[in-house]
Design a protein around this ligand. Structure first.
Ligand code: F6P
Length: 444
């Protein structure tokens, strides 16, 4: 379903860019299949589209139906992998303006993905006169940002509905056995959904983590899973023709040839949050042991008028991975004829806007390749749930493969702890007293 064109990257790598990596790719494939590589305990996502918990899936659908009936707003509390996937899919399949354009079901607001007072206050104000529910999502159950947000929104919900009714409006997605959120959910009797042990946050969008908010936004989660399952089956076939093998090999070859930044390019405003999800996926997976392509994202053609200059002529450390959708969601827009033709655009009269976009993309591709930026073109059928499910699985699989080509553990993220420990110390968390004194002295 997902296609790849590497032809505009070939001049930047040696001829054997793929053939020389086939053995390593086969070994990476086996590690993903069997969980025998570094971080192998976290490869539960590999067969998830086939093996997911069907009973829980039905409960997700039922809960989403309930929320869609009894709530005008859903506050989704989570950060990183417990947030980005859901937002990516809701925006890509629907619209970044989903809360303005949706016709039925709740508006979906994301909270607990930062510590901004203004950001949180805005969501609090937006929901205050509405019927609303909470989906709190945290695999560890201990992440500060969502935990703080949950305490605040839970309080609000209890003030509005009373403790008993509020309980029925809180849905907790967390670890099956451990963590503070699990304890709280058990004690309070919230409906619970599970982040499976073998799936890390950034690979969890196709679990309850993503599926509940996505279903609440009216996206067809059966089709989403179906698209992922078909892609899983397609990518399980080893060999040179496998587009995930090709993308993993091309990324690795370009990295080895000196490229340090991978820019994910989209041409749809609705694609922006997919880029944010993709950045966590690749950034947390590859960025360790002093290695990894730095993941960046842009929206063309808008960013051609801001970042375009740098991409064309700045440091030659970049490659572009473009995601193109074959079909758009809406009816064509035709450029009208103007008898005065003051803007000189009559040569485009009668042409569809998509034709202009296509030429912009083709022209940009060649300009950037000429400027020293290799181009990898990923094509998805469209922005429907099925196609987006396939795209998610495709990038997850590429990420796992490249991680093993780079000889790192693609499934841990030890570097994130450094900021957390400093924050805990500065906040005065018990047990961090010495660290607090040391940091306060440094900060002056
Ligand atoms: O779901 P949790 O445990 O709250 O974690 C949220 C995010 O925080 C991280 O653990 C990093 O701190 C990510 O890997 C994860 O996606």
């Amino acid at each position: 379903m997902i296609q790849l064109d590497t032809s505009n990257a070939r001049s930047f790598v040696s001829e054997d860019w793929l053939s020389s990596r086939l053995d390593a790719l086969e070994s990476a494939r086996q590690k993903l299949e069997t969980g025998s590589g570094a971080g192998g305990d976290f490869t539960g996502w590999v067969h998830l589209p086939r093996d997911y918990d069907k009973e829980e899936f039905a409960r997700i659908q039922a809960a989403a139906e309930r929320i869609r009936k009894d709530s005008q707003a859903l506050v989704v509390i989570g950060i990183g992998g417990s947030y980005l996937g859901a937002r990516a899919v809701v925006e890509l399949v629907n619209s970044p303006n989903f809360n303005l354009t949706h016709k039925d079901g709740p508006a979906v607001y994301f909270a607990g993905n930062g510590l901004s007072t203004d950001g949180m206050r805005e969501v609090m104000d937006l929901i205050q006169d509405k019927d609303w529910s909470i989906n709190v999502i945290s695999k560890s159950g201990t992440t500060t940002e969502p935990a703080v947000a949950f305490r605040i929104f839970k309080n609000l919900l209890e003030e509005k509905y009373g403790k008993e009714e509020a309980r029925k409006r809180i849905y907790a997605t967390t670890d099956a056995k451990k963590g503070a959120l699990k304890g709280l959910a058990d004690a309070e009797g919230y409906e619970e959904f599970v982040v499976p042990d073998a799936i890390g946050g950034r690979y969890s969008v196709l679990t309850a983590v993503g599926l509940l908010p996505i279903a609440c936004a009216g996206v067809d989660i059966v089709a989403l899973m179906e698209g992922a399952r078909e892609e899983m089956e397609a990518l399980a076939v080893p060999g040179e023709a496998n587009p995930a093998w090709q993308l993993a090999a091309a990324r690795h070859a370009l990295y080895t040839a000196g490229k340090k930044v991978e820019i994910l390019v989209g041409y749809e405003p609705s694609f922006r949050f997919f880029g944010e999800w993709w950045k966590q996926l690749f950034g947390e997976s590859e960025g360790k042991d002093g290695k990894g392509l730095f993941p960046a994202s842009v929206e063309f053609t808008a960013d051609l008028h801001s970042m375009g200059q740098y991409i064309q002529q700045g440091e030659r450390i970049m490659l572009e991975t473009v995601v193109r959708f074959q079909n758009s969601n809406s009816d064509p827009i035709v450029i009208p004829h103007d008898p005065d033709n003051v803007d000189g655009l009559n040569f485009l009269a009668g042409k569809e806007l998509s034709f202009v976009a296509e030429q912009a993309m083709r022209g940009t591709l060649l300009a950037h390749v000429d400027g020293g930026v290799p181009n990898l073109m990923v094509t998805a059928p469209g922005r429907c749930a099925k196609s987006v499910g396939a795209l998610i699985y495709f990038f997850e699989y590429v990420c796992g493969l490249t991680g093993y080509l780079m000889e790192i553990n693609p499934f841990n993220q030890p570097g994130v702890e450094a900021y957390k420990n400093n924050m805990y110390a500065l906040l005065g968390k018990p047990g961090y007293e010495d660290k607090k004194a040391e940091l306060e002295a440094r900060l002056g």
